[in-house]
Each structure stands twice: as structure tokens, then as C-alpha cells.
Ligand binder design. Sequence first.
Ligand code: THU
Length: 161
Amino acid sequence: MNKQAYQFSYDVYDSVNDLNEQDAWLVNEAREVTADAYAPYSNFNVGAVAKMASGEIVAGTNQENASYPVGLCAERVLLSSAATLYPNIAIDTIAISYHNMNGESKHPISPCGMCRQSLAEYEERVKQPIRLILSGMEGKVFIIEKANSLLPLSFGSVDLK
Ligand code: THU
């Protein structure tokens, strides 16, 4: 038997004001786009905005459904749009924010397990890591250099060979 270790680190900023201009802009776009979420059941509006490697900007918001499991997270809405509008183009960075209509929106959220799986596949597909910038409507901001670091020992296409 031997023990394997997994190490993960990320950058923590006190506020969006401490980011460089480009990252701060993307975070503010993600905050703004939360207004377009369709989340009448959870009242938890999520916005995600991507900067493509080619410079284009793509946004996604969570889209819920009266049949709850049908709902989609902002991240997967964004990835589907990006892959459709700009096929085979890498995503440099995604900023993710949320507006909790029933509470506070001060602490960064990070993608759910299903979205982590989708993000990891996107990275693999275009052979480039996706940088994630996580925040709420205010407060601390986390930056993670590679989305797949959120999914150690992940299942992927190589396992199907
Ligand atoms: N949600 C997202 O859109 N992204 C996340 O990273 C976490 C959760 C959505 C799903 C659902 O519409 C609402 O937030 C509450 O879970």
C-alpha cells in the first residue's frame, strides 16, 4: 500500500477591486448577467461569463424548470453556447457569480459536481485549461487556474478506451 496525495491551491482576493482590469470586468459582467437567470424556484440566480481564447464573450445563466431536475446550471448553459457559437475554440477564463434573492451573496460559490465534469471535458476537448474566477455580488474573489483541479480522479474519455 502507498498513500497518494492531491494538492490544490487557489488565489484569494479581498475584493474585485484587487483584480486586474480584465478580470474585474469579467466578474462585473457575471454579476450583471445574474439578472437574466430564470430561477423562480430557488431564487438563486447564477451568472457565468466566459472570455474565449479568440476574444469573444459568452454568457450563461441558470435556467430552472417546474420539473426541477430539468433545470440547468449557468456553467453548463454557458459551455453549450460556447461550443455551439465557437466550436473548438478554447475558453481562457470563466467568471461565475450569483445573487441569492433570499439571503446574502458575499461568499464565492464554486461549480457543482455535474458542472465540474462538463468543465473538465471542455478543457480536455480543446486542450487548454479554463481559469475560473469565483465570487458573489460582493466580497472575496477566488481564482482557480484549471477547472479540472476541482475534480481529482475524474472519469474521462480515456476510461472508455
Ligand atoms: N446553480 C448554478 O447555476 N451553478 C452553480 O454553480 C450552483 C448552482 C444553480 C442551479 C439551481 O438553478 C440554483 O443554482 C440552485 O441550486
